[in-house]
Design a protein. Structure first.
Length: 495
């Protein structure tokens, strides 16, 4: 399934060939019955290809699901606010330097390494987002991020995954979730770069599903006369897309039971982290997460909490500011554990979530957005304020369903510096600086004197290829083995 489709969102032409006129008519009728006849208002003005596309897109829509979302998220008063009763901070495994059990961390690392040697782990990147804030033309994973070589996000991950495969003697499979909008460009980018040295048979792309956007009265919006306003169904859509695409079956055939989940925008991520994998496996966890201590009370991250025995993530926008600022007896923040969207998932847990069943389903979230559409005469409208609603699934909403979930602490500097915005916070500049700080820390730990500013950013720009060292351990081994050791100066690239 090196380039499989992700379910309801298959290319229009192929899906339509076998659909008869009668099917078209019953599809149109079902939309009329659901009060969504506007979707076909321009049908008679369309040519055959456009018609086919519109009908195929309409066939993707689950009208019953949409009706439920309109009733619960759009029109219901209950839609406002989430349940905060019985909420408490979630426990987490502290790092040894912060008082955690060093022996337990060592055992976890060993267990993770065993799983990697046995070939039981695959990498999984969610890369289907629209990347609106960055405003970059192209799949976000193709965005250049490293300080000297301007390697793309995809190249950084590819090299980390390749290096981990060499280290543990088992090349890893890598699953990449794309969207309808960026799938072809993503696949072409990998082909153009020869999969960055990975075996193409182990790199698997699949599309995530789509959801229609609606106006504030619940009517599906058209983007053009012949297409619906469809958008990716959120990173939580990855669970059902993994199932529909056949990725879970492929994993089962290959003896892979553990997925290392990370986002496409964070080049610092330790995407193959043996200690994290080991904590997950030793606890018998179905879904595990990394936390960082919040930098300050108002930091805009999700909070790991416990609620009636279950692990939940409460977004900053849902947690009252008074709680975000609450302190514990020692003056530290009570709700300290911030989510950075790094998880480990058990394969059969993903299947259970994807298949659903009594009470097992991710909830949709509502986001009010400016959605390009058309007016009653069919002319394009580019709204300057929100004119409708998108529905999205979030992957962390699976946590309450997971058995024995584990949250472990990580250091932000080792795992998290996303590229979200074009400028300012979490931008290409802050990410580049964080990479430089990381390379400098690794060098300093090996006794290299490297002048730096007060934030640890070195005065000279250097870059370490993941193929040389992709975390502190692998870097240390490679550096000690390197003879002669290079002079650390501006422009040094270690590979
Ligand atoms: P973000 O929440 O940063 O969203 O996604 P985004 O769409 O990439 O960017 P903006 O908000 O439009 O600026 C976090 C991660 O989840 C993935 C993204 O690709 C990114 O890796 N994601 C998000 C998906 O794979 N699918 C989605 O539907 C949404």
């Amino acid at each position: 399934m090196s380039s499989a489709g992700g379910g309801r969102g298959e290319p229009a032409g192929a899906a339509l060939d076998g659909i008869s006129m009668a099917t078209h008519e019953s599809l149109i009728e079902s939309f009329q019955r659901a009060g969504q006849a506007q979707v076909f208002a321009f049908l008679d003005t369309l040519g055959p290809t456009e018609r086919a596309r519109l009908l195929a897109e309409a066939a993707e829509v689950d009208l019953a699901e949409l009706d439920r979302l309109n009733r619960t998220l759009l029109n219901s008063k209950a839609a406002a606010g989430i349940d905060l009763t019985d909420l408490a901070p979630a426990p987490y495994e502290k790092r040894p330097e912060h008082g955690g059990d060093g022996g337990a961390w060592a055992r976890a690392k060993a267990a993770g390494e065993t799983a990697l040697r046995e070939g039981r782990v695959a990498a999984f990147t969610v890369a289907g987002g629209q990347g609106t804030r960055l405003g970059y033309d192209g799949p976000k994973g193709t965005f250049p991020v490293t300080p000297l070589r301007a390697k793309s996000l995809f190249q950084v991950f590819a090299e980390k995954i390749r290096a981990a495969g060499v280290r543990y003697g088992r090349p890893l499979h890598w699953f990449i979730m794309t969207s309808h909008a960026n799938h072809e460009a993503t696949v072409a980018f990998f082909a153009e770069h020869r999969h960055f040295g990975l075996d193409p048979a182990r790199v698997h792309f699949f599309r995530q599903g789509r959801m229609p956007a609606v106006d504030f009265s619940g009517k599906i919006l058209l983007e053009t006369r012949g297409s619906l306003a469809l958008s990716p169904d959120g990173h939580g859509g990855s669970l059902r897309a993994l199932s529909r695409s056949g990725a879970l079956d492929l994993m089962a055939r290959e003896g892979i039971d553990t997925l290392s989940y990370f986002q496409v925008d964070n080049p610092l991520v330790r995407c193959i982290d043996p200690a994290f994998l080991g904590w997950h496996r030793l606890a018998g966890s179905e879904m595990s997460s990394k936390m960082v201590p919040k930098a300050y009370a108002e930091e805009k991250v999700g909070h790991f909490c416990r609620q009636r025995g279950r692990l939940v993530v409460v977004e900053y926008s849902d947690l009252p500011m008074a709680m975000q600022r609450e302190t514990d007896g020692a003056g530290g923040l009570r709700y300290l554990a911030g989510s950075i969207a790094i998880h480990v998932l058990d394969r059969e847990f993903v299947r259970r979530m994807a298949e659903g069943g009594e009470g097992v389903a991710l909830p949709f979230h509502r986001a009010d957005k400016k959605i390009p559409t058309i007016d009653a005469a069919g002319n394009p409208v580019k709204p300057d304020r929100p004119n409708g609603v998108k529905f999205e699934l979030f992957v962390f909403d699976a946590l309450p369903f997971a058995r024995h979930p584990v949250v472990i602490e990580t250091l932000r500097a080792d795992d998290f510096s996303p590229v979200k915005n074009a400028t300012g916070l979490d931008s290409p500049v802050t990410c580049r600086d964080d990479q430089l700080r990381q390379f400098a820390r690794w060098l300093r730990a090996q006794g290299v004197a490297l002048p730096a500013d007060a934030t640890g950013r070195p005065e000279v720009a250097v870059e370490v290829s993941p193929l040389f060292g992709y975390d502190e351990d692998s870097f240390a081994e490679a550096w000690r083995a390197r003879r002669p050791q290079p002079e650390v100066r501006e422009g040094l690239y270690l590979e």
